[in-house]
Ligand binder design. Structure first.
Ligand code: ZN
Length: 329
């Protein structure tokens, strides 16, 4: 005989099956760094889920948690959780096998990857817009990112676009949201010197998914983009140092586009590109006299001290990845 109320049984069956917590068992020779490399977590990440873990007292056979449970609160969206808890929609979707962001409800327990919660205020704001279709007043609230100069772009959280391996996936989990690019905004400034079009431009349209591109003034542009505000600030400073316009040879590249670019054009394994996170660009080297060029290079070095600088003959790649990387092409 069933001792449970049928309603409770029905409710239980309606909930998604619980996802198991991920863990790692310490092996001989393991250190913090090794565990981090094997599991794709930083030391900070590991400590978020394992506050008691001591670097000097790692014991063979000891279990290290790689995820932590999170109970969905009222009014939580996947986006809110990702922002607050330092992770991304894609990571949460992958860990919990979520196919549709609308399926999360208050009370459901999710397994979150061990990321350090974000302290900095989210760059995304709620934006209320009023309009009057016919006679009735309506208002819609959207999540937007506001750029210096006032341009607002709407945040896109569709798991089918940003989920693991999807066309607009962020392979670096940067936290830069995917944004909608209206054609009418392409000529708008996103910083003191740069236009949205310069980052949304598609270098090789045949590599892009046509449904995610739009034509404008004879060129093709992405309909979605990621664009890091801190990168923009640095590019403005670099532009000021150059004293002349900087040409962005390659701005945002969708994850899918970058894969196809490497496989079909370069004939090698795709990189985990910062271009796909919206915090990396390739700049044509401006034609400068020797002394000015040295100053320009020095400025790039300083601005991207904690980032990537890749030098080639005609161009320089810069990115704001948060740790130092230097290379030559
Ligand atoms: Zn690059």
């Amino acid at each position: 005989m069933n001792r449970y109320h049928p309603l409770i049984v029905a409710l239980y069956l309606a909930l998604p099956s619980p996802v198991e917590a991920r863990s790692y068992t310490i092996r001989p020779g393991d250190s913090y760094e090794k565990i981090g490399r094997k599991t794709g977590s930083s030391v900070d990440d590991l400590l978020t889920c394992n506050p008691g873990l001591k670097a000097t007292k790692l014991q063979i056979g000891q279990k290290v948690q790689l995820s932590r449970p999170y109970t969905v609160r009222p009014n939580d969206s996947l986006w809110d959780i990702a922002q607050r808890e330092g992770t991304t929609i894609a990571e949460i979707a992958a860990a919990n096998r979520i196919k549709d962001a609308d399926t999360i409800h208050p009370g459901i327990v999710l397994e979150l990857p061990c990321r350090k919660p974000r302290v900095a205020a989210a760059r995304v704001e709620d934006h209320e817009e009023h309009y009057t279709p016919g006679r009735r007043k309506k208002s819609v609230t959207t999540k937007t990112v506001r750029f210096p100069g006032g341009l607002r772009l709407e945040v896109v959280t569709d798991v089918n676009l940003v989920g693991p391996g999807k066309e607009f996936y962020d392979p670096n989990q940067s936290g830069n949201p995917l944004l909608k690019v209206p054609r009418t905004a392409l000529d708008d400034k996103v910083s003191k010197y740069f236009l949205l079009a310069e980052f949304a431009h598609i270098g090789t349209p045949s590599l892009a998914r046509k449904e995610y591109t739009q034509a404008y003034m004879g060129d093709r542009y992405n309909t979605y983009i990621r664009l890091d505000l801190a990168l923009l600030q640095k590019l403005d400073q670099l532009r000021a140092q150059a004293g002349r316009p900087l040409f962005i040879q390659s701005g945002y590249r969708s994850y899918g586009y970058n894969q196809r670019l490497y496989e079909r054009v370069y004939g090698r394994r795709p990189t985990v590109s910062r271009h796909s996170s919206g915090d990396g660009v390739d700049l044509d080297l401006p034609p400068l006299k020797k002394k000015q060029r040295q100053k320009f290079n020095q400025k790039a070095e300083n601005l991207f001290r904690q980032g990537g600088v890749g030098r080639a003959n005609g161009f320089v790649h810069v990115d704001d990845r948060g740790r130092r990387a230097r290379w030559r092409y």
